[in-house]
Design a protein around this ligand. Structure first.
Ligand code: GLY
Length: 411
């Protein structure tokens, strides 16, 4: 079915498309790109497409080192997406003519004391039981790989398959690829879903115009539950989880500073250092249940620098070039919501929490399959929104209407 538009209540013509994606972060953009590649007339509505998550995220592709107990179902999706990254990066770079900073650099997760070491041993055993590749190293072996590590590092896990991408470049490339594939952009905010005869039929934008579409994908990150007009039973149960992230710069004289991502759990908090080829060193991230707050705090910056300094003392020499906070769109089981809702014509692609960058390739493929065939591929079926009881977790109160509170999320 191809919508050629419709007539609004005041009798004016409403522009139409096959697919309208609400939210132009990396998840919305990859959905739009893949849909357009399959011949669907696709539009995206977002006041600042290519922004959001990508502005904050570190870009770790950490399917193995971010494995958590109770998340084995999510692991399957994470591993599937990680496996697609090399081909996805090559295809996107060819389509956009832009480098997305995909680096097959691997990750080293280290322990600073005996508690950390016990935690890492547990993680190693869980990885092994889950069929994942990781290798236990002594502290000396860790420092041989990464000489800038602190002398006190007691051991670590070498994970050669956990790579990185630059999320800002990824978002920019997706935006260009969408434009080249013919996606239409409406640089405005979707205010309200339009429902006609019990079917999602379009959206009303802040500036007033209405857009019609045969299928709508709600991909607005942590704000996905805030769209007016959503029937209560399809409101996605996503909440914002704040992450503060720092960016430092490694001067050429200090390079190579780190050759791979280095991470640890220090006093119960995760800290990671992600070195880019261009000298940027990303240090993240706090995890805070603070509602819509995106303030960078002295305490957040202090804790990140303190923990990163324990791992790699030399970071205090580096210029601190940026501090930023964003919002992870978290769902009740930490896994994304992908697929159709109880409202015909409305699909979700949201709730990616810590894994938005990692899950970008598999999300785009799954949503395009759904949009063209009406069926999710097998890998995505466990993540259909119907797994949650209606309104199981009500969304938090309305956020302030500021750009900084939009769908930014670390990853
Ligand atoms: N995946 C890293 C983070 O969410 O901080």
């Amino acid at each position: 079915m191809r919508s050629s538009g419709s007539t609004s209540a005041d009798g004016s013509e409403v522009p139409g498309s096959d697919v309208l994606v609400i939210g132009g972060g990396i998840i919305g953009l990859v959905t739009a790109w893949r849909a357009a590649q399959r011949g669907l007339r696709t539009a995206v509505v977002d006041p600042d497409p290519g922004g959001g998550a990508a502005r904050v995220a570190a870009g770790m592709l950490a399917a193995v080192t971010e494995l958590h107990y109770g998340e084995q179902m999510l692991l399957g999706l994470n591993v599937a997406s990680a496996a697609r990254y090399p081909a996805f990066a090559a295809e996107l770079e060819a389509a956009s003519g832009q480098d997305i900073g995909f680096r097959a650099c691997g990750t080293l997760a280290v322990a600073l004391d005996s508690d950390d070491r016990a935690h890492l041993r547990e993680l190693h055993a869980l990885q092994h039981r889950s069929g994942l590749q990781s290798e236990w190293l002594t502290g000396r072996e860790c420092r041989r790989l990464e000489p800038m590590l602190a002398p006190g590092v007691r051991g670590g896990l070498r994970v050669d398959g956990d790579h990185q991408v630059d999320p800002r470049r990824l978002a920019a490339a997706l935006l260009t690829a969408c434009e080249r594939a013919g996606v239409t952009f409406h640089r405005d905010r979707a205010e309200r879903l339009v429902v006609v005869r019990d079917r999602a039929a379009g959206a009303v934008l802040t500036a007033g115009p209405e857009l019609a579409a045969d299928q709508i994908v709600l991909a607005a990150g942590s704000l996905s539950g805030r769209l007016a007009g959503l029937p209560a039973e399809v409101v996605p149960p996503v909440r914002p989880v704040k992450g503060q992230v720092l960016r430092l710069t490694v001067p050429a004289a200090h390079a190579p500073f780190l050759t791979r991502t280095v991470r640890a759990v220090v006093r119960g908090s995760h800290v990671y250092l992600v070195p880019r080829a261009n000298g940027e060193l990303v240090v993240g991230a706090t995890s805070e249940e603070m509602g819509w707050d995106t303030t960078v705090t002295a305490g957040g910056v202090y804790e990140l620098l303190r923990d990163a300094h324990e791992l790699v003392p030399g970071i205090t020499e580096l210029p601190l070039t940026e501090t930023r906070a964003g919002l992870r769109p978290a769902s009740p089981d930490n896994a994304p919501l992908l697929g159709p809702t109880a409202l015909p014509g409305l699909h979700l692609a949201t709730g990616h929490h810590r894994n938005g960058v990692l899950l970008t390739p598999v999300t785009g493929d799954a949503m395009a399959e759904l949009l063209t065939t009406g069926e999710l591929p097998a890998v995505a079926r466990p993540f259909a929104p119907g797994r949650f009881a209606p309104a199981a977790v009500p969304p938090p109160a309305a956020p302030p209407a500021t750009a900084s509170a939009r769908q930014e999320q670390p990853a």
